[in-house]
Write a protein that binds this ligand. Structure first.
Ligand SMILES: [Zn+2]
Length: 303
C-alpha cells in the first residue's frame, strides 16, 4: 500500500477503529475463558460477548494492541508505514510523520510489531540446503562495558539451492535464496548454535558451513553437513553467498537507519529484516499480511 493510500484510509480515529474491527471479524474471536468462537457484538460497548459463557473481549484484547492506550489511528498508520518499505523507518521518523509529541510510545509500538513479525516467522522451520554462519553486529555502547562487549553474535541460516543455469550477471550468486532466519546468540559457541539449529531447522536439512570448529559434527543433529574450508574470503562468498548478502544488508539498515541499537533489542530489528526478506516477492501485500500477524498475534501480554 502506498503512503498516500495509508493516510487516506486511516484519516480519522473512527475509520481506523472500524477497519481494525473488520480485520478482527475476518480472523475470528476466541473466548479466553471457554475457547468458544461464537460471539455477539456489543455495539454500545465496542466489545465482543461470548455466546456460551458471556465473557467479554475488548477490540484490542488478544491482539498487538492489547494494553495500549495509543489510538487506533496511530496503530494503523504505524503498521502501514512499517509495511510500506522493504527497508525500515526509524521511530524518530515515524514520530515526525505522525506529529506525535512523545518518542517512547511510537518506539514501543514498533517493537511490538517486530515481535509479531518474529513470532510469525518462527512458525516456519528451514529445510533443504541451508547456508549457516555467524555475523557480528555492533551494538549501542554502554559506558561501563569494554569495546569487545559491543559485538553481538548473530546466527544466520538461509535456505539456498543451486540454480541450474548460471546467472547472466556474473556478480549474482549461483544459488537461489529461500527463507532466512537471523538469531542473536547469547554466546558464539557450539552449544548455543546447535540449540538454535535444533529449534529452527528441520532434521531432514543439509547444513552448508565453513570449517569453523563450532560446526563440527553438525551431521549429528541434522541429515547432512557440507563443510568447506573457507580460509580464502573469495571462496567464503561463493560457498555462503546469501549469508553474506543478508549480513551486509541487515548491517546497512541497522547502522544507516537505526544507528545505535541496544543488545536487548537487536533481535527485534533482525525480526523485521528477516520478515521483509522472506516476503520480498509479495511486498505489495505486506500490509495485509502484517495485519493478520497483529490480530492473531499474542496470547501473551506485552510488557
Ligand atoms: Zn466463553
Amino acid at each position: 500500500m502506498k503512503l498516500s493510500e495509508i493516510f487516506k484510509r486511516y484519516s480519522t480515529e473512527e475509520k481506523s477503529k472500524r477497519a481494525f474491527k473488520e480485520w478482527r471479524d475476518k480472523q475470528g474471536i476466541r473466548c479466553k475463558k471457554c475457547w468458544g468462537t461464537d460471539h455477539y457484538w456489543k455495539q454500545d460497548k465496542w466489545q465482543y460477548e461470548c455466546k456460551v459463557c458471556g465473557f467479554r473481549t475488548t477490540l484490542k484484547s488478544g491482539t498487538v494492541m492489547q494494553g495500549s492506550k495509543m489510538p487506533y489511528q496511530d496503530w494503523m498508520i504505524v503498521i502501514g508505514l512499517m509495511s510500506a518499505t522493504k527497508k525500515s523507518f526509524s521511530a524518530l521518523e515515524i514520530q515526525r510523520q505522525l506529529g506525535h509529541k512523545r518518542y517512547e510510545p511510537i518506539w514501543l509500538m514498533m517493537h511490538k510489531l517486530r515481535v509479531c513479525m518474529g513470532r510469525r516467522d518462527d512458525k516456519y522451520r528451514l529445510d533443504g540446503q541451508i547456508e549457516i554462519d555467524e555475523g557480528f553486529f555492533e551494538s549501542h555502547r554502554e559506558k561501563d562495558k569494554p569495546k569487545i562487549k559491543r559485538q553481538v553474535a548473530i546466527l544466520v541460516m538461509v535456505e539456498s539451492e543451486r540454480v541450474k543455469e548460471a546467472p547472466k550477471n556474473k556478480a549474482r550468486p549461483k544459488r537461489k535464496a529461500g527463507y532466512l532466519k537471523m538469531k542473536v546468540l547469547e554466546k558464539a559457541n557450539q552449544e548455543a548454535i546447535f540449540s538454535e539449529i535444533n529449534t529452527h531447522v528441520r532434521k531432514s536439512a543439509t547444513g552448508i558451513t565453513d570449517g569453523a570448529g563450532c560446526y563440527k559434527k553438525l551431521e549429528n543433529i541434522i541429515a547432512d553437513h557440507m563443510e568447506f574450508n573457507c580460509s580464502d574470503p573469495a571462496l567464503a562468498h561463493k560457498v555462503l553467498p546469501w549469508v553474506h548478502i543478508a549480513i551486509s544488508n541487515a548491517k546497512k539498515i541497522c547502522l544507516g537507519i537505526h544507528h545505535s541499537i541496544k543488545r536487548e533489542f537487536m533481535q527485534n530489528y533482525l525480526n523485521e529484516f528477516c520478515y521483509k526478506f522472506n516476503r520480498r516477492y509479495m511486498i505489495d501485500n505486506l500490509f495485509e499480511r502484517l495485519m493478520v500477524a497483529c490480530v492473531e498475534a499474542p496470547w501473551f501480554a506485552f510488557r
